[in-house]
Design a binder for this molecule. Structure first.
Ligand SMILES: CCCCCCCCCCCCCCCC(=O)SCCNC(=O)CCNC(=O)[C@H](O)C(C)(C)COP(=O)(O)OP(=O)(O)OC[C@H]1O[C@@H](n2cnc3c(N)ncnc32)[C@H](O)[C@@H]1OP(=O)(O)O
Length: 224
């Protein structure tokens, strides 16, 4: 079983997928604005109840077919393609900052800004968010290197707090491989001061064997 990295959407239907992705991105943007307003507001209880009623009404409009748990959305490519609903990079996810990733000669660089919704200590990023950002960047670096894998070990080191509302730079790169094991490293700095590490991480990823891959991801299309 050979699993190819995801290709961009085929020409037929590409326009439909682009329209879907644009709409998903727009809704994600509005939802993130709602989340930001929600965690910052000092509105009265009456107002909060009224807004909650409105949100419940809006949620009720997302009717129709719902995707199954293991289904890969048509707008996504896995592994190696867009992940519209990822809690890290997904433009459609209100949970995601979202991180924008670009390749480099040595791995991947991600850019994002964390908001108050990602707060741990007052004014600073939640340590779990840092782990999520680095896990994603290192995981995607494995995929970009042609060796996609699942995290089996994640070692975090927190050197300085991550400032909120400050553009961040997240680096992920593969440092070695040993059969199905891929070793990776990552750092978070501010964009303004990329030489001062705020958080660093080392991780081990494993490419599941073909039987495990089929069992874990039944939605993956196989290539003969
Ligand atoms: C192509 C298919 C798609 C692939 C996937 C793509 C995903 C693309 C997502 C990209 C973006 C997501 C980025 C976020 C990444 C997540 O969030 S991943 C989610 C969190 N991780 C998980 O849920 C993984 C849970 N773990 C598992 O399911 C199983 O451990 C795995 C990964 C399937 C591996 O199981 P296994 O194949 O039975 O592995 P096993 O034979 O026990 O061990 C293999 C080798 O690794 C070693 N090993 C095992 N555990 C460890 C460890 N903790 N430390 C060091 N070595 C270890 C073993 O000693 C063994 O070594 P050797 O004896 O061969 O030298």
């Amino acid at each position: 079983m050979h699993i190819p990295l995801a290709e961009p959407p085929a020409a037929a239907g590409a326009e439909h997928l682009e329209q879907q992705q644009a709409a998903i991105t727009r809704l994600g943007h509005e939802l993130r604005a709602l989340v930001e307003a929600t965690v910052r507001t000092a509105a009265s209880a009456d107002t909060l109840h009224r807004v909650a009623d409105g949100v419940r009404h809006v949620t009720g409009q997302l009717t129709g077919r719902r995707r199954a748990r293991t289904e890969i959305p048509e707008v996504d490519g896995f592994p190696g393609g867009p992940r519209m609903y990822s809690p890290v990079v997904g433009a459609g996810s209100p949970l995601a900052p979202p991180v924008r990733i670009t390749p480099t000669d040595d791995g991947l660089i991600g850019h994002c800004t964390l908001g108050i919704a990602h707060e741990g200590p007052p004014g600073y990023g939640h340590g779990g968010m840092s782990a999520m950002l680095l896990d994603e960047l290192m995981g995607q670096a494995c995929t970009a290197a042609g060796t996609p894998g699942l995290t089996v070990s994640l070692q975090m080191r927190y050197h300085q707090p991550i400032p909120l509302e400050t553009p961040l730079r997240i680096v992920g790169r593969v440092t070695g491989t040993d059969k199905r094991k891929i070793f990776a490293a990552g750092t978070i700095t501010t964009q303004a001061d990329p030489s001062t590490d705020l958080v660093t991480a080392d991780a081990v990823f494993i490419t599941p064997d073909p039987d495990r891959t089929r069992a874990l991801f039944p939605g993956l299309e196989e290539e003969a």
